[in-house]
Design a protein around this ligand. Structure first.
Ligand SMILES: CC(C)(COP(=O)(O)OP(=O)(O)OC[C@H]1O[C@@H](n2cnc3c(N)ncnc32)[C@H](O)[C@@H]1OP(=O)(O)O)[C@@H](O)C(=O)NCCC(=O)NCCS
Length: 415
């Protein structure tokens, strides 16, 4: 089976998480991703949060699958020549250094485009143009400035960041969409273009429903929020605990074992069209005849009471047992799965969402495979490269350099 992006070559100048997420997706789809790393040092994450001494960290290995690694310093003379040749040979260049870093290497967009008018140049920025455009940004800075932290957390509690890496990985995924759109555009325009994606913008995009609520708030209280009807609303969207962000009320309720197991909980959504079956299942069939309970509107001012009744039922059952009872009734629900449970879940291994790969230095490790499945395009997951593992191979095979040229570049500290 061929791969969707076979024949597309990526000049990968990314580091840490946001950029590598983007290029890893392109690599899973079959693009030839050539990761450029600083000689002797490499992507800083190789050495961060190490679990095994002197071995590439899981931070690095889980974000750089299916790529080839080249060590190159484009700030040296020989390095500039090699970098120029790489720009000539690649379809897409991706980077996520602090603003201006690639320009300071001597490669502003105008020059890159002059070298290869077909190249697409994609960047992750922290902020878009404006007062903060020169700032460095990490995950939680984006979550805080993108509206996620102000709208996440318990009612009355502090702003809270989420474990999902919506700033870094979220932006990387957005950038993939921009690159693929630019690649398609190039098929008829014949030219590459600049693609930029700011982390703040990506988080704002992912918080779209909260901007929806900000505007609704000017027309009255938000009836699905736990503050309704007894609490106070200010002039900005408040934190809503575990309330559902949609039109169907939901909450996290305790299950058997919650006293000792931090993940013995389940999320239950009281979707209106299946509410009567849910009421029967939890032993409150009388709700279905009671005008105070039988319609979604009537229940709105009793959401707390409704979930505490549901919890009286769930707390006597294991979370999977609750799921097995509610799923056949079409009641949307989701057990709180720990990372341990996800790592051990056989169905996720079968679909390739969780993959075990072998690494020459660390041995076997788990990584997360491509969550986007294509029916006619294979998606194998290969281990991350060692630092500079493919330098010689790429300089010779892709750029056509001779052994003497390679030796010369090495002598100058360019590779
Ligand atoms: C993530 C971030 C905060 C990290 O900051 P940092 O570790 O200080 O790294 P910077 O990006 O500022 O700088 C990288 C430097 O390494 C240099 N460098 C990178 N690759 C190199 C190479 N192969 N050879 C030589 N130098 C190299 C760059 O030229 C730059 O040097 P300069 O500042 O002297 O011009 C910053 O890169 C950033 O804000 N990126 C944009 C937003 C982003 O993606 N954030 C999320 C990351 S998960």
């Amino acid at each position: 089976m061929s791969k969707a992006l076979e024949g597309v070559r990526i000049l990968d100048m990314t580091h840490v998480q946001s950029g590598p997420t983007c290029t890893q997706i392109l690599a899973w789809f079959g693009a030839d991703v050539i990761k450029i790393e600083r000689p002797g040092i490499g992507d800083i994450t190789r050495g961060q949060l190490r679990d095994i001494p002197d071995v590439d960290s899981l931070y690095f290995t889980m974000l750089n699958a299916n790529k080839r690694s080249v060590t190159l310093n484009p700030k040296t003379e020989a390095g500039k020549r090699i970098f120029t040749r790489l720009i000539e040979e690649c379809d897409v260049m991706v980077e996520n250094f602090a603003p201006g870093a690639i320009d300071r290497m001597g490669f502003p967009w105008e020059k890159i485009q002059e070298i290869n008018p077909r190249i697409i140049y994609a960047s992750v920025d922290g902020f878009g143009p404006g007062p903060y455009q020169d700032c460095k940004v990490y995950e939680n800075v984006a979550q805080c400035t993108g509206g996620a932290a102000s709208t996440t957390g318990q009612v009355g509690g502090v702003p809270t960041v989420t474990g999902a890496q919506i700033g870094d990985s979220g932006t990387g995924i957005h950038l993939v969409a921009g690159i693929l759109a630019a690649l398609y555009h190039r098929t008829h325009s014949g030219r590459g273009q600049r693609v930029t994606c700011a982390m703040q913008d990506s988080v704002i995009n992912l918080c779209r429903v909260k901007m929806r609520d900000q505007q609704r708030l000017t027309h009255g209280p938000l009836s699905e929020y736990p503050q309704y009807p007894h609490g106070e609303f200010g002039d900005a969207v408040p934190r809503a605990g575990n309330a559902s962000g949609g039109g169907q009320p939901g909450w996290i309720v305790k299950c058997k074992g919650w006293e000792t197991d931090p993940d013995a909980y389940i999320y239950v959504i009281t979707q209106a069209r299946v509410f009567s079956d849910l009421a029967e299942a939890i032993g409150r069939p009388e709700w279905n005849a009671d005008p105070e309970w039988k319609t979604a509107d009537a229940r709105l001012d009793k959401i707390d009471e409704m979930f505490s009744e549901i919890e009286k039922w769930t707390v006597s059952k294991d979370k999977m047992e609750v799921m097995n009872i509610l799923n056949p009734l079409n009641v949307p629900c989701g057990p709180i799965l720990s990372m341990k449970e996800i790592a051990e879940e056989p169905s996720l291994r079968e679909t390739g969402t969780i993959v075990e790969v072998d690494h020459p230095e660390r041995g076997k490790y788990l990584t997360i495979g491509n969550p986007i499945k294509l029916s006619d395009s294979a998606a194998d997951v290969r281990r991350s490269p060692l630092l500079g593992e493919h330098t010689v191979e790429i300089l010779k095979d892709v750029l056509g350099m001779s052994d003497d040229d390679v030796a010369d570049a090495r002598e100058q500290g360019a590779i």
